[in-house]
Design a protein around this ligand. Sequence first.
Ligand code: CO
Length: 210
Amino acid sequence: MTPYEKLLIENKIWAKARVEEDRDFFHRLLKLQTPEFLWIGCSDSRVPANEITNTAPGEIFVHRNIANLVVHTDLNLLSVLQYAVEVLKVKHIIVCGHYGCGGVRAAMTQNDLGLINKWLRNIKDTYYYNKKELEAIADIDQRADRLTELSVMDQVMNLAQTSIVQRAWKEESRPTLHGWVYRLTDGVLHDLVKMMPNTPLDPVYQYDIK
Ligand code: CO
């Protein structure tokens, strides 16, 4: 058996077990996509949103990319965000970074990595604007951990600066924005920052929502 064939076999075992536990499991899911949460996480295979939050299919709407970035020109992210906010009407958006993130570490180097340079550039900007604080941390792992936290906070701010979030804040006083960090070594999530609906923003980023 090849490794990919094992995935297909495991899927059949999983599906069978779900029905044995709960005869209506898939039938109920079919009619129900009303997640309260949008999760924006890292693509890292060690940080699976449902598993680490012990949630079932149907409970979290998920977008993942390298280093969990919210880039205001990323049509993929923006489409997910718009759908989650305007159609699913999520109450919370969670940006979840993780310590030991390869994307964050790569952004701290001068390595020329090709296309991904453009993506990681967003983290380099966070580094640049917090250079003094970061370079006061001698230990490179600790510095990367702090950059991970600063980047998560920047991504939460990037969400608040979208007209999608600002419109929902104005019209429906939701969603609340959260910045979390996951620790690979103990499996624990840390709550870094929370931004309530209608938090005042710098006027530069505030849209006049009609
Ligand atoms: Co990562």
